[in-house]
Design a protein around this ligand. Structure first.
Ligand code: PRP
Length: 184
């Protein structure tokens, strides 16, 4: 695990207990809403893997998972708005009840692209479950059906979220501490 003494780890935004508690609440809500159905969770790599693993283990309805990798950031901390599919789903989603599982919705551009792309494949239904959302940063008008936490406009790391591929394994969500002359 990355050391908590790492100078780049700033204030804690969401504590481990609060994450686990909220994820279980979301799972209960989804289980109620999807009773009698078998949702397909579409996990958006890489950041959502941690959230997905916890969420899925708390679901009380039968479910399946598939993975998709898209990139809109590269190594920068600002979205470019350009979305590329790096890995597509393995199977068709036609007629399925699909839930996109995201770690964070920031500008909303990635999700807007995913919603359009997946909707065109003819699912029976399409919903979004995002652990974190930054409403202040939104550039497109969309609101996920299931949201874990609304957080302030700070670059977040931990519980799947990275900076330069590091910090995903932190058990909490923290703000990245940046040097004053370093733009994020
Ligand atoms: C993050 C996150 C979302 C996207 C949100 O992914 O997982 O997919 O950015 O940003 P947006 O709302 O501004 O489009 P990232 O590209 O960092 O990939 P990763 O999950 O592999 O770290």
């Amino acid at each position: 695990m990355a050391s908590t003494r790492d100078a780049a780890i700033g204030e804690i935004l969401v504590q481990p207990d609060d994450l686990q508690h909220r994820v279980r609440e979301l799972a209960r809500e989804i289980s109620r809403d999807y009773e009698g159905r078998e949702p397909l969770l579409v996990c958006v790599l890489k950041g959502a893997v941690f959230f997905l693993a916890d969420l899925m283990r708390s679901l009380e309805v039968p479910c399946e998972v598939d993975f998709m990798a898209v990139s809109s950031y590269g190594s920068a901390t600002q979205t470019s708005g350009v979305v590329r599919i790096l890995k597509d789903l393995d199977a068709s989603i036609e007629g399925r009840d699909v839930i996109i599982v995201e770690d964070i919705v920031d500008s909303g551009l990635t999700l807007q692209y995913l919603l359009r792309n997946l909707r065109a494949r003819g699912p029976a239904s399409l919903a979004v479950c995002a652990l974190l959302t930054k409403p202040e940063r939104r550039r497109v008008d969309l609101s996920p059906r299931y949201v874990g936490f609304e957080i302030a406009d700070k670059f977040a790391i931990g519980y799947g979220l990275d900076h330069g591929e590091r910090y995903r394994n932190l058990p909490y969500v923290a703000a990245l501490k940046v040097e004053q002359d370093q733009a994020i």
